[in-house]
Design a protein around this ligand. Structure first.
Ligand code: CA
Ligand code: CA
Length: 393
Protein backbone atom coordinates (compact mmCIF):
# COMPACT_ATOMS: atom_id res chain seq x y z
CA UNK A 1 0.00 0.00 0.00
CA UNK A 2 0.99 3.58 -0.56
CA UNK A 3 1.76 5.72 2.52
CA UNK A 4 -1.54 7.52 1.94
CA UNK A 5 -3.46 4.22 2.05
CA UNK A 6 -1.57 3.17 5.17
CA UNK A 7 -2.58 6.40 6.83
CA UNK A 8 -6.25 5.86 5.92
CA UNK A 9 -6.08 2.26 7.19
CA UNK A 10 -4.54 3.36 10.50
CA UNK A 11 -7.14 6.12 10.91
CA UNK A 12 -9.92 3.63 10.13
CA UNK A 13 -8.67 1.12 12.74
CA UNK A 14 -8.28 3.96 15.22
CA UNK A 15 -11.84 5.18 14.74
CA UNK A 16 -13.24 1.64 15.05
CA UNK A 17 -11.21 1.07 18.26
CA UNK A 18 -12.35 4.33 19.82
CA UNK A 19 -15.98 3.60 18.92
CA UNK A 20 -15.74 0.10 20.40
CA UNK A 21 -14.19 1.54 23.55
CA UNK A 22 -16.96 4.11 23.82
CA UNK A 23 -19.64 1.44 23.47
CA UNK A 24 -17.95 -0.76 26.08
CA UNK A 25 -17.55 2.12 28.48
CA UNK A 26 -21.12 3.32 28.20
CA UNK A 27 -23.44 1.22 26.09
CA UNK A 28 -26.10 3.87 26.58
CA UNK A 29 -27.24 6.73 24.38
CA UNK A 30 -26.31 10.15 25.75
CA UNK A 31 -29.31 12.03 27.14
CA UNK A 32 -29.91 15.75 27.57
CA UNK A 33 -30.63 16.94 31.09
CA UNK A 34 -32.11 19.89 32.96
CA UNK A 35 -28.69 20.67 34.44
CA UNK A 36 -26.85 20.83 31.08
CA UNK A 37 -24.76 23.98 30.84
CA UNK A 38 -25.90 25.13 34.29
CA UNK A 39 -24.39 22.62 36.69
CA UNK A 40 -21.49 20.20 36.56
CA UNK A 41 -19.69 17.72 38.78
CA UNK A 42 -16.21 19.10 39.40
CA UNK A 43 -13.32 16.98 40.61
CA UNK A 44 -12.35 18.12 44.12
CA UNK A 45 -9.82 15.51 45.22
CA UNK A 46 -6.59 15.41 43.24
CA UNK A 47 -5.45 12.00 44.47
CA UNK A 48 -7.32 8.87 43.53
CA UNK A 49 -7.88 5.55 45.23
CA UNK A 50 -9.28 2.37 43.70
CA UNK A 51 -13.00 1.73 44.21
CA UNK A 52 -14.16 4.49 46.57
CA UNK A 53 -17.72 3.86 47.78
CA UNK A 54 -18.59 6.58 50.30
CA UNK A 55 -17.50 9.82 51.93
CA UNK A 56 -18.56 11.56 55.13
CA UNK A 57 -17.43 14.76 56.86
CA UNK A 58 -16.97 14.57 60.64
CA UNK A 59 -18.18 17.50 62.71
CA UNK A 60 -14.82 17.77 64.46
CA UNK A 61 -13.65 21.17 63.23
CA UNK A 62 -10.90 19.63 61.13
CA UNK A 63 -12.26 20.30 57.64
CA UNK A 64 -11.39 16.70 56.77
CA UNK A 65 -13.58 14.14 55.05
CA UNK A 66 -13.42 10.39 55.56
CA UNK A 67 -13.24 8.52 52.25
CA UNK A 68 -14.26 4.87 52.31
CA UNK A 69 -12.44 2.42 50.05
CA UNK A 70 -14.24 -0.82 49.23
CA UNK A 71 -11.16 -2.94 50.01
CA UNK A 72 -11.39 -1.94 53.68
CA UNK A 73 -9.50 1.32 54.17
CA UNK A 74 -10.81 4.69 55.36
CA UNK A 75 -8.73 7.63 54.16
CA UNK A 76 -8.53 11.22 55.39
CA UNK A 77 -9.13 13.83 52.70
CA UNK A 78 -7.91 17.32 53.47
CA UNK A 79 -7.86 20.29 51.10
CA UNK A 80 -8.18 18.16 47.98
CA UNK A 81 -5.48 15.66 48.93
CA UNK A 82 -5.54 12.24 50.54
CA UNK A 83 -3.35 12.03 53.63
CA UNK A 84 -0.66 9.32 53.40
CA UNK A 85 -1.70 7.54 56.59
CA UNK A 86 -5.20 6.01 56.61
CA UNK A 87 -7.78 6.69 59.33
CA UNK A 88 -8.41 2.95 59.59
CA UNK A 89 -7.22 -0.11 57.65
CA UNK A 90 -9.24 -3.30 58.17
CA UNK A 91 -8.38 -4.99 54.86
CA UNK A 92 -7.48 -8.17 56.75
CA UNK A 93 -11.07 -8.41 58.05
CA UNK A 94 -12.80 -7.44 54.80
CA UNK A 95 -13.51 -9.61 51.78
CA UNK A 96 -14.14 -7.54 48.67
CA UNK A 97 -13.65 -10.30 46.11
CA UNK A 98 -17.11 -9.99 44.54
CA UNK A 99 -18.40 -6.72 43.09
CA UNK A 100 -20.92 -6.09 45.85
CA UNK A 101 -18.65 -7.12 48.72
CA UNK A 102 -16.27 -5.08 50.82
CA UNK A 103 -16.38 -2.17 53.21
CA UNK A 104 -19.64 -0.66 52.03
CA UNK A 105 -20.81 1.90 54.57
CA UNK A 106 -19.75 4.18 57.41
CA UNK A 107 -21.85 6.21 59.85
CA UNK A 108 -20.62 8.61 62.49
CA UNK A 109 -22.45 8.75 65.80
CA UNK A 110 -24.75 11.84 65.77
CA UNK A 111 -22.76 13.21 68.71
CA UNK A 112 -19.35 12.45 67.10
CA UNK A 113 -16.63 13.17 68.14
CA UNK A 114 -17.87 13.88 71.71
CA UNK A 115 -19.22 10.37 71.52
CA UNK A 116 -16.20 8.95 69.69
CA UNK A 117 -18.01 6.10 67.91
CA UNK A 118 -18.38 5.32 64.24
CA UNK A 119 -20.09 2.32 62.67
CA UNK A 120 -19.14 0.22 59.65
CA UNK A 121 -20.94 -2.22 57.38
CA UNK A 122 -18.68 -4.73 55.63
CA UNK A 123 -18.57 -8.30 54.32
CA UNK A 124 -16.04 -10.48 56.12
CA UNK A 125 -13.80 -13.38 55.06
CA UNK A 126 -16.80 -15.75 55.47
CA UNK A 127 -18.86 -13.52 53.09
CA UNK A 128 -21.12 -12.47 55.99
CA UNK A 129 -22.24 -8.95 56.82
CA UNK A 130 -20.65 -7.34 59.88
CA UNK A 131 -22.02 -4.28 61.59
CA UNK A 132 -19.30 -3.06 63.93
CA UNK A 133 -18.38 -0.05 66.02
CA UNK A 134 -14.96 1.58 66.31
CA UNK A 135 -13.69 4.62 68.22
CA UNK A 136 -11.54 7.47 67.08
CA UNK A 137 -8.28 7.77 69.04
CA UNK A 138 -8.51 9.87 72.17
CA UNK A 139 -5.53 12.02 71.12
CA UNK A 140 -5.72 12.04 67.30
CA UNK A 141 -8.88 12.83 65.32
CA UNK A 142 -7.22 11.54 62.14
CA UNK A 143 -6.63 8.03 63.52
CA UNK A 144 -9.16 5.43 64.52
CA UNK A 145 -8.21 3.02 67.28
CA UNK A 146 -8.26 -0.44 65.62
CA UNK A 147 -8.34 -2.16 69.03
CA UNK A 148 -11.82 -0.77 69.78
CA UNK A 149 -13.70 -2.99 67.32
CA UNK A 150 -17.04 -3.99 68.88
CA UNK A 151 -19.51 -6.29 67.16
CA UNK A 152 -23.05 -4.99 66.85
CA UNK A 153 -24.59 -7.51 64.45
CA UNK A 154 -23.42 -10.32 62.17
CA UNK A 155 -25.76 -11.44 59.40
CA UNK A 156 -25.15 -14.67 57.51
CA UNK A 157 -25.15 -14.06 53.75
CA UNK A 158 -26.28 -17.00 51.61
CA UNK A 159 -24.67 -15.54 48.45
CA UNK A 160 -21.97 -13.02 47.64
CA UNK A 161 -24.25 -10.42 46.05
CA UNK A 162 -27.04 -8.20 47.44
CA UNK A 163 -25.34 -7.18 50.66
CA UNK A 164 -26.93 -3.75 50.93
CA UNK A 165 -24.26 -1.74 52.72
CA UNK A 166 -25.61 1.61 53.84
CA UNK A 167 -25.93 2.53 57.47
CA UNK A 168 -26.94 5.92 58.76
CA UNK A 169 -28.45 7.51 61.83
CA UNK A 170 -31.97 8.79 61.38
CA UNK A 171 -33.26 12.09 62.72
CA UNK A 172 -34.60 10.03 65.64
CA UNK A 173 -31.06 9.03 66.68
CA UNK A 174 -31.56 5.36 65.76
CA UNK A 175 -29.16 3.49 63.50
CA UNK A 176 -30.68 2.35 60.19
CA UNK A 177 -28.92 -0.49 58.31
CA UNK A 178 -29.64 -1.63 54.74
CA UNK A 179 -29.47 -5.33 53.93
CA UNK A 180 -30.12 -6.98 50.56
CA UNK A 181 -32.21 -10.11 50.04
CA UNK A 182 -29.20 -12.40 50.49
CA UNK A 183 -28.49 -12.72 46.78
CA UNK A 184 -29.10 -15.09 43.95
CA UNK A 185 -31.54 -14.22 41.17
CA UNK A 186 -35.24 -13.82 41.95
CA UNK A 187 -34.81 -13.95 45.74
CA UNK A 188 -34.63 -17.79 45.85
CA UNK A 189 -35.10 -17.90 49.64
CA UNK A 190 -38.08 -15.51 49.50
CA UNK A 191 -36.50 -13.25 52.10
CA UNK A 192 -38.00 -10.06 50.66
CA UNK A 193 -41.56 -10.75 51.76
CA UNK A 194 -40.52 -12.44 55.01
CA UNK A 195 -39.98 -9.90 57.82
CA UNK A 196 -38.83 -12.68 60.15
CA UNK A 197 -35.46 -12.55 58.38
CA UNK A 198 -33.11 -9.59 58.54
CA UNK A 199 -32.34 -9.99 54.82
CA UNK A 200 -34.11 -7.72 52.34
CA UNK A 201 -34.72 -5.00 54.91
CA UNK A 202 -33.71 -1.78 56.52
CA UNK A 203 -33.09 -2.38 60.22
CA UNK A 204 -33.60 0.23 62.95
CA UNK A 205 -31.77 -0.23 66.24
CA UNK A 206 -30.94 1.84 69.31
CA UNK A 207 -27.19 1.64 69.79
CA UNK A 208 -27.25 4.11 72.70
CA UNK A 209 -29.50 1.99 74.92
CA UNK A 210 -28.46 -1.67 74.72
CA UNK A 211 -30.71 -4.17 76.51
CA UNK A 212 -31.01 -7.91 77.14
CA UNK A 213 -27.29 -8.52 76.71
CA UNK A 214 -27.40 -7.34 73.09
CA UNK A 215 -25.22 -4.41 71.92
CA UNK A 216 -28.39 -2.47 71.01
CA UNK A 217 -32.01 -1.92 71.99
CA UNK A 218 -35.21 -2.12 69.94
CA UNK A 219 -37.15 1.14 69.43
CA UNK A 220 -40.65 0.63 70.87
CA UNK A 221 -42.29 1.81 67.63
CA UNK A 222 -40.51 -0.66 65.34
CA UNK A 223 -43.23 -2.52 63.40
CA UNK A 224 -42.32 -5.89 64.94
CA UNK A 225 -40.92 -4.64 68.25
CA UNK A 226 -42.65 -7.52 70.05
CA UNK A 227 -41.09 -10.04 67.65
CA UNK A 228 -44.43 -11.73 66.94
CA UNK A 229 -44.95 -11.17 63.21
CA UNK A 230 -41.39 -10.24 62.27
CA UNK A 231 -37.90 -9.66 63.62
CA UNK A 232 -37.74 -6.83 66.18
CA UNK A 233 -34.85 -5.14 64.36
CA UNK A 234 -36.76 -4.88 61.07
CA UNK A 235 -38.06 -1.45 60.12
CA UNK A 236 -38.82 -1.68 56.37
CA UNK A 237 -38.80 -4.81 54.22
CA UNK A 238 -39.55 -6.05 50.70
CA UNK A 239 -36.20 -4.74 49.46
CA UNK A 240 -33.90 -6.48 46.99
CA UNK A 241 -30.62 -4.64 47.34
CA UNK A 242 -31.04 -1.14 48.80
CA UNK A 243 -27.91 0.64 47.57
CA UNK A 244 -27.93 3.86 49.51
CA UNK A 245 -30.72 5.43 51.43
CA UNK A 246 -30.89 8.85 53.08
CA UNK A 247 -33.14 11.03 55.18
CA UNK A 248 -34.19 14.49 54.10
CA UNK A 249 -32.46 16.52 56.81
CA UNK A 250 -35.35 19.03 56.85
CA UNK A 251 -38.44 16.80 56.65
CA UNK A 252 -37.14 13.46 57.95
CA UNK A 253 -38.56 11.70 54.87
CA UNK A 254 -36.68 8.55 53.85
CA UNK A 255 -35.49 7.87 50.29
CA UNK A 256 -34.36 4.36 49.35
CA UNK A 257 -32.80 3.34 46.02
CA UNK A 258 -33.49 -0.36 45.48
CA UNK A 259 -31.51 -2.19 42.80
CA UNK A 260 -33.72 -4.28 40.54
CA UNK A 261 -33.39 -7.69 38.90
CA UNK A 262 -33.13 -7.55 35.09
CA UNK A 263 -35.57 -4.84 34.11
CA UNK A 264 -36.42 -2.10 36.58
CA UNK A 265 -34.54 0.19 38.98
CA UNK A 266 -36.53 2.08 41.59
CA UNK A 267 -36.55 4.88 44.15
CA UNK A 268 -38.78 4.42 47.19
CA UNK A 269 -40.06 7.13 49.46
CA UNK A 270 -41.31 6.92 53.02
CA UNK A 271 -42.78 10.15 54.41
CA UNK A 272 -41.81 10.87 57.99
CA UNK A 273 -45.45 11.24 59.02
CA UNK A 274 -46.84 8.01 57.55
CA UNK A 275 -45.34 4.63 58.41
CA UNK A 276 -48.57 2.69 57.84
CA UNK A 277 -47.00 0.64 55.01
CA UNK A 278 -43.36 -0.43 55.33
CA UNK A 279 -43.29 -3.24 52.74
CA UNK A 280 -41.53 -2.14 49.53
CA UNK A 281 -42.72 -5.11 47.50
CA UNK A 282 -39.79 -7.28 46.36
CA UNK A 283 -40.06 -10.00 45.11
CA UNK A 284 -43.77 -9.78 44.46
CA UNK A 285 -42.85 -6.66 42.50
CA UNK A 286 -39.74 -5.42 40.69
CA UNK A 287 -40.38 -1.66 40.92
CA UNK A 288 -44.09 -1.47 39.98
CA UNK A 289 -43.98 -4.51 37.68
CA UNK A 290 -45.35 -7.84 38.93
CA UNK A 291 -42.44 -10.23 39.55
CA UNK A 292 -43.64 -13.39 41.29
CA UNK A 293 -45.89 -14.66 44.05
CA UNK A 294 -48.13 -12.59 46.31
CA UNK A 295 -47.08 -9.72 48.56
CA UNK A 296 -47.25 -10.16 52.31
CA UNK A 297 -49.78 -7.38 52.95
CA UNK A 298 -49.93 -3.88 51.49
CA UNK A 299 -47.01 -2.62 49.39
CA UNK A 300 -45.58 0.86 49.00
CA UNK A 301 -44.83 1.35 45.30
CA UNK A 302 -41.79 3.32 44.08
CA UNK A 303 -42.05 7.04 43.35
CA UNK A 304 -39.58 6.77 40.46
CA UNK A 305 -38.39 3.93 38.26
CA UNK A 306 -36.44 3.39 35.03
CA UNK A 307 -35.71 0.43 32.81
CA UNK A 308 -32.39 -1.03 31.77
CA UNK A 309 -32.17 1.09 28.64
CA UNK A 310 -31.17 3.91 30.98
CA UNK A 311 -28.89 2.04 33.34
CA UNK A 312 -28.41 -1.20 35.24
CA UNK A 313 -28.05 -0.43 38.95
CA UNK A 314 -29.52 2.49 40.86
CA UNK A 315 -27.48 4.48 43.40
CA UNK A 316 -29.45 6.57 45.87
CA UNK A 317 -28.36 10.07 46.81
CA UNK A 318 -29.58 12.97 48.93
CA UNK A 319 -32.06 15.78 49.13
CA UNK A 320 -30.01 18.90 48.51
CA UNK A 321 -30.01 21.35 51.43
CA UNK A 322 -26.78 23.22 50.72
CA UNK A 323 -26.47 26.96 50.26
CA UNK A 324 -24.30 27.27 47.13
CA UNK A 325 -27.00 26.13 44.67
CA UNK A 326 -30.25 27.67 45.98
CA UNK A 327 -32.36 26.65 42.96
CA UNK A 328 -31.79 23.00 43.87
CA UNK A 329 -33.02 23.36 47.46
CA UNK A 330 -35.19 20.38 48.48
CA UNK A 331 -34.40 18.35 45.34
CA UNK A 332 -33.54 14.66 45.68
CA UNK A 333 -30.61 13.39 43.57
CA UNK A 334 -29.94 9.82 42.51
CA UNK A 335 -28.04 8.12 39.71
CA UNK A 336 -27.14 4.93 37.91
CA UNK A 337 -23.87 3.06 38.37
CA UNK A 338 -23.63 1.87 34.76
CA UNK A 339 -25.01 4.71 32.62
CA UNK A 340 -23.77 7.59 34.80
CA UNK A 341 -27.11 9.36 34.47
CA UNK A 342 -28.04 11.60 37.41
CA UNK A 343 -31.73 12.30 37.97
CA UNK A 344 -33.60 14.77 40.14
CA UNK A 345 -36.81 13.96 41.92
CA UNK A 346 -39.04 16.53 43.57
CA UNK A 347 -42.70 17.35 44.14
CA UNK A 348 -44.52 19.95 42.07
CA UNK A 349 -47.11 22.42 43.40
CA UNK A 350 -49.80 19.71 43.34
CA UNK A 351 -47.68 17.30 45.34
CA UNK A 352 -47.01 15.10 42.30
CA UNK A 353 -43.53 13.67 41.78
CA UNK A 354 -41.43 15.13 38.98
CA UNK A 355 -38.56 12.90 37.85
CA UNK A 356 -36.06 14.37 35.37
CA UNK A 357 -32.66 13.61 33.88
CA UNK A 358 -30.32 16.19 35.42
CA UNK A 359 -26.93 15.37 33.91
CA UNK A 360 -25.75 12.41 31.88
CA UNK A 361 -22.23 11.81 33.20
CA UNK A 362 -19.49 9.33 32.31
CA UNK A 363 -18.99 8.21 35.92
CA UNK A 364 -19.62 4.84 37.52
CA UNK A 365 -21.64 6.30 40.37
CA UNK A 366 -20.90 4.18 43.44
CA UNK A 367 -22.40 6.70 45.84
CA UNK A 368 -23.33 10.26 46.55
CA UNK A 369 -22.22 12.13 49.67
CA UNK A 370 -22.94 15.38 51.46
CA UNK A 371 -20.70 17.60 53.56
CA UNK A 372 -21.57 19.43 56.78
CA UNK A 373 -22.91 22.38 54.75
CA UNK A 374 -25.21 20.10 52.76
CA UNK A 375 -23.30 20.39 49.47
CA UNK A 376 -23.58 17.35 47.20
CA UNK A 377 -20.77 15.07 46.01
CA UNK A 378 -20.60 12.21 43.52
CA UNK A 379 -18.31 9.24 44.18
CA UNK A 380 -17.01 7.68 40.97
CA UNK A 381 -16.04 4.03 41.46
CA UNK A 382 -13.22 4.71 39.01
CA UNK A 383 -11.59 6.92 41.65
CA UNK A 384 -12.77 10.50 41.24
CA UNK A 385 -14.50 12.52 43.95
CA UNK A 386 -16.62 15.29 42.47
CA UNK A 387 -18.71 18.14 43.84
CA UNK A 388 -21.88 19.51 42.27
CA UNK A 389 -21.20 23.12 41.31
CA UNK A 390 -22.70 25.84 39.11
CA UNK A 391 -21.00 26.23 35.71
CA UNK A 392 -21.08 30.04 35.94
CA UNK A 393 -21.37 30.88 39.64
CA1 CA B 1 -38.38 -15.72 44.63
CA1 CA C 1 -40.01 -2.22 45.45
Amino acid sequence: MTPRRWLIAILFVGIISLTAYGLLKRGYAQLGGTGDGVYTFEQVVNDQIARPVFMVEPNDGSGCHFLVQQSGVIWVVFEGAIEPEPFLDIQDLVNDTANEQGLLGMALHPDYPNTPYFYLNYTDVNDDTNIVRYEVSANDLEKADPTTRTEILTITQPARNHNGGMLEFGPDGYLYIALGDGGGAGDPQENGQNPDTLLGTILRIDVDNPVNGLPYGIPADNPFADGVDGAPEVFAWGLRNPWRFSFDTTTGDLYIADVGQNQWEEVDYLPADDWSVLNFGWDAFEASAVFEGSPNGDVLMPVAEYDHNQGCSVTGGYVYHGTELPDLQGTYFYGDYCSGIVWTLSKDGNGDWVNEVFLDTDYNISSFAVDLEGELYLIDHGGQILKLVAVNP
